[in-house]
Write a protein that binds this ligand. Sequence first.
Ligand code: SF4
Length: 207
Amino acid sequence: MTDLAYLKNIRSPTEKDPIRILVSACLTGLLCGADGSSYGEYPSVLKLLSYKNVKLFPFCPEEFSFGTPREICDIYGGTGVDVLEGKAKVITSSGTDWTAGMIKAAEKMKQVAEKMKIELAIMMDISAACGSQVIYDGDRFSENKKYQIGTGVCAALLTKSGFKVISQRDFAALEILYSKIDRGHQINGSAIDHHESAWYKEYFHKP
Ligand code: SF4
């Protein structure tokens, strides 16, 4: 769930003192996806590259620990929070246990966030590392693949450490952010966050 109150209170940055945002590197077009791609284009984040009063810090935690290209992994037995607490595991599609490497990646991402004094993180939803609203529940390639509400391991550690995380699909939150960055931006009042989408409500039986 996004913290809209936090975004409403976030400062309006200047060129001299830009807002500092940690971002999943693939969302900025870097070719760090498991398959060596950037998983497509994400205009909601790419837009931020054009502002002089925004400083983006792209980081790919999986590339840090496992290189690119690499296998695809998912969380088994819980969410990213559970992985941090030793109650769930990160396993690749060939069955290799990546739990320790993913926790190392999360710790590195947290170090980057602290060192760069980031004010917000925008991360790729669904990823076992970066997901902030929804992740797979076990094997994404299974015939009975399932989603669950929850964060990936890196988003979980950032959140636990006090950083605010939103996803590239949290359009209502992003609208508030754009209005802080660009005084001329008119907030689109019909924009919604991922947890308000028809898919999310239907899948998770939310009113
Ligand atoms: S979602 Fe996160 S871990 Fe996956 S490619 Fe993007 S930055 Fe890397």
